[in-house]
Design a protein around this ligand. Structure first.
Ligand SMILES: Cc1ncc(COP(=O)(O)O)c(C=O)c1O
Length: 361
């Protein structure tokens, strides 16, 4: 069977070159005589893989030396707890901007550990926009401000030049669904976290990029595995890390570098997204659900306005090799997730199918 264009929100399509390289190295990595899955995480081969993966990510994202890069387990959802356990410490309070389900989950988890407060939300209009922000909105003495940078379900994003900033307050950003998709200024964040399974690799590893002065603040009672210091001190090898997932992330980082880096990905992603949004804006049948200036480059939700027709669209698209276009179960409609690995040919095929479907209906 031929590979389909996979519009899944996550786990998502990986570059075919990466899958082929992994397949070629599956049973024997280099001259090790074994698969990466079979080697000790303390071996010279895996130590080199980890170092290469970390260095390449640092280079791609232009991560300054005063930030640590950690490869952890537990997914992005584990960070909903690790962030407050490690950062909501000095004053025991943090503020949240709620732009969707994931931001809300981060807030709900933080409430278990301290004084978490919502300072802005777009829930009043089904999270179809990014709320206005002004530094005067945050409470005094907060330990951090949390945002979900790209909202996978609703398809909005905080743009790189519009990140909320408050003097002296670390910004924490969940970048699970848009890391490496466009250039973000890392120094505007205290901490970034991202589950790998959308734009970086397979499920099982979560990347945390954290300013070094924020490490080591967790209380004595924090479980050892949930303390950033544990993992920073041991270079993500305190216990067995998700070795194979880290290796695949490294291959994806190499692939992004070969495409010209994150700036080049951004240019392609903007072109891909513009093509799709432009079609939606001019369609008589389909329409986008997000305020134009807040649109995500990665997740594009759209509807026909008729739930039965939406269902038929998703079914027919699947038969044409356009997979996983069903919207999130909480919102319905359709969603095309067009991460780095989605080629322009996938966008063209989707638009051609939408044109046909529109003519028929
Ligand atoms: C923005 C965002 N944050 C967090 C998560 C949860 O990630 P995980 O399943 O790795 O815990 C997701 C998953 O889709 C997501 O899109």
């Amino acid at each position: 069977m031929e590979r389909v264009f996979n519009f899944s929100a996550g786990p998502s399509a990986l570059p075919v070159e990466v899958l082929e390289k992994a397949a070629a190295e599956m049973t024997c990595y280099g001259d090790s005589g074994m698969s990466v899955m079979e080697m000790s995480h303390r071996s010279a081969d895996f130590t080199a893989i980890l170092a290469h993966t970390k260095d390449t990510l640092r280079e791609l994202m232009n991560i300054p030396d005063d930030y640590e890069i950690l490869f952890l387990q537990g997914g992005a959802s584990m960070q909903f707890a690790m962030v407050p356990l490690n950062l909501m410490v000095d004053n025991g309070r943090a503020d949240f901007i709620i732009t969707g389900n994931w931001a809300k989950k981060a807030y709900q988890e933080a409430r278990r550990f301290g004084d978490a407060s919502i300072i802005a939300s777009s829930e009043d209009e089904t999270f179809s926009y990014i709320p206005e922000f002004d530094a005067s909105m945050v409470r005094s003495d907060i330990d951090y401000l949390h945002i979900c940078v790209n909202n996978t379900i609703y398809g909005t994003r905080f743009k790189p030049d519009a990140l909320p900033q408050v003097d002296g307050v670390p910004l924490v950003g969940d970048m699970s669904s848009n890391i490496l998709s466009e250039v973000y200024p890392i120094d505007k964040f205290g901490l970034i976290y991202a589950g790998a399974q959308k734009n970086m690799g397979p499920a099982g590893v979560c990347v945390v990029i954290v300013r070094k002065d924020l490490i080591g603040k967790a209380s004595e009672t924090t479980p050892i595995m949930l303390n950033y210091k544990t993992h920073a001190d041991k270079d993500s090898c305190y216990n067995t890390p998700p070795c194979y997932a880290i290796y695949i992330c490294g291959l994806v980082y190499d692939w992004i570098k070969a495409q010209g880096g994150v700036a080049a990905m951004e240019a392609i992603n903007k072109e891909k997204a513009a093509k799709l949004y432009d079609f939606l804006d001019n369609s008589k049948l389909f329409k986008g659900t997000v305020r134009p200036e807040d649109r995500s480059l990665m997740n594009v939700p759209f509807v026909t306005g008729d739930a039965d027709l939406d269902a038929e669209f998703v079914k027919e698209a699947k038969a044409k090799g356009l997979a996983n276009l069903k919207g999130h179960r909480s919102v319905g409609g359709m969603r095309a997730s067009i991460y780095n690995a989605m080629p322009m040919a996938g966008i063209d095929a989707l638009i051609a199918f939408m044109k046909d479907f529109e003519l028929k209906h």
